[in-house]
Design a protein around this ligand. Structure first.
Ligand code: NAD
Ligand code: TDX
Length: 340
């Protein structure tokens, strides 16, 4: 079995590569990643020489490259993590989000049709449902919640989701989609809330909280997300959407305070800054379908996961310091050469 993992040099994709190589050592894993600012090949250094692993640097929207990769590697399953993933960047400059997240997904699906892949799995997000009000804790996103996006990022992900379902209906492509809540854990790029706050706190720099910090996210430890996708590609029903998340709702300000407490740093580092434009208020997933059909439940409670995550950033200073200094892009060329 050959699994093509796109975006495998990013946060969730790399954790998924490690998960699959551990759980399915007989599978061949091919990783296609453009190594944008968010891709870090050093993350995958430990598996680059594994004979069941291949890394290819390339853009999912590059049709010639994608077709020749499919012709060479004949993937059975495609799991598409590759995306522009940061909401704030999409507000500054939407275009690359449309190209990667929508056009890139369609190119991958065209290649998947040509090669008759057995499953095309699209990694989507709960942000396609828009947001929920803060004063209605009884409301959750289900798979039937209408798409109602707020940012260029979430709109591009919703556009991709619609295309994926259209390829299923029109061409019979065997697709599944997962819509997950906010992930946290090792190897998350330090532009996202949790790693940014940990790193700024460690460096005694201000912690920029948007607005009052009252916005709520439903946090999932990344390994729980990887386990869920593994289950969906093996046992999920073709044409279906699965919500992944697990009643771990937290206000941003409470997370920031918790991180400061764990690191023994003062709350005076918190700096309230201008709110994000169009800032979604609350995300909360109802994971009943994942649980009922596939027996999945999150295993890591937020309290344990955040402590593990903080410990990981403390123990892996070189990983994030290389990103902060830009050194990770200097060592990248040598690593890419090693993969040829
Ligand atoms: P990330 O930004 O850490 O990684 C994205 C990876 O995709 C990077 O390695 C990057 O180099 C690669 N990439 C970007 N454009 C590419 C292109 N054109 N061709 C090939 N590779 C390209 O993102 P992440 O947080 O790991 O998210 C992975 C996926 O999961 C995304 O599709 C995202 O929408 C989705 N998701 C993320 C979260 C979250 O909390 N991080 C939650 C739900 C869903
Ligand atoms: O500096 C910050 N200050 C702050 O208050 C940053 C970076 C964020 N925030 C707030 C905005 C959000 O309410 O923290 C919350 C989380 O922000 P992000 O880490 O940027 O995540 P979010 O916008 O919720 O989107 C994430 O979850 C869904 C991922 O980045 C997406 O890829 C995923 O689809």
């Amino acid at each position: 079995m050959t699994v093509l993992v796109t975006g495998g040099a990013g946060f969730i994709g790399s954790n998924f590569v490690f998960h699959m190589m551990k759980e399915h050592p007989e599978y061949r894993i091919v990783c296609l990643d453009a190594l944008t600012y968010a891709g870090n090949l050093s993350t995958l250094e430990g598996v680059l020489d594994d004979r069941n692993f291949r890394f290819v640097k390339g853009d999912i929207a590059d049709r010639d490259l994608v077709y020749s990769l499919f012709d060479e590697d004949r993937p059975d399953v495609v799991v598409n993590f590759a995306a522009e993933s940061h909401v704030d960047r999409s507000i500054e400059d939407p275009e690359v989000f449309l190209r990667t997240n929508i056009i890139g997904t369609s190119v991958l699906m065209d290649a998947s049709r040509r090669c008759c892949v057995k499953r095309f799995h699209q990694v989507s997000t709960d942000e396609v449902y828009g947001d929920l009000p803060l004063d209605r804790p009884d409301l959750f996103f289900t798979e039937d919640t209408p798409l109602h996006t707020s940012s260029p990022y979430s709109s591009s992900k919703a556009g991709a989701d619609l295309l994926v379902l259209a390829y299923h209906r029109t061409y019979g492509l065997p697709v599944t989609i997962s819509r997950c809540s906010n992930n946290y854990g090792p190897y998350q790029f330090p532009e996202k809330l949790i790693p940014l706050m940990i790193i700024n706190a460690l460096s005694d720099r201000p912690l920029p909280v948007y607005g009052k910090g009252e916005n709520v996210r439903d946090w999932l430890y990344v390994e729980d997300h990887c386990r869920a996708i593994d289950l969906i590609i093996h046992h999920g029903r073709v044409g279906e959407v699965y919500n992944i998340g697990g009643h771990n709702e937290m206000k941003n300000i409470d997370i920031v305070r918790l991180i400061l407490r764990e690191l023994g740093k003062p709350e005076s580092l918190i700096t309230h800054v201008a709110d994000r434009k169009g800032h979604d208020l609350r995300y909360a997933i109802d994971p009943a379908k994942m649980h009922g059909e596939l027996g999945w439940l999150p295993e890591t409670r937020f309290r344990d996961g955040i402590v593990k995550t903080i410990r990981w950033y403390l123990d892996n200073e070189n990983w994030w310091k290389d990103i902060v200094s830009g050194h990770y892009k200097i060592v990248e060329q040598g690593l890419v050469e090693r993969c040829r």
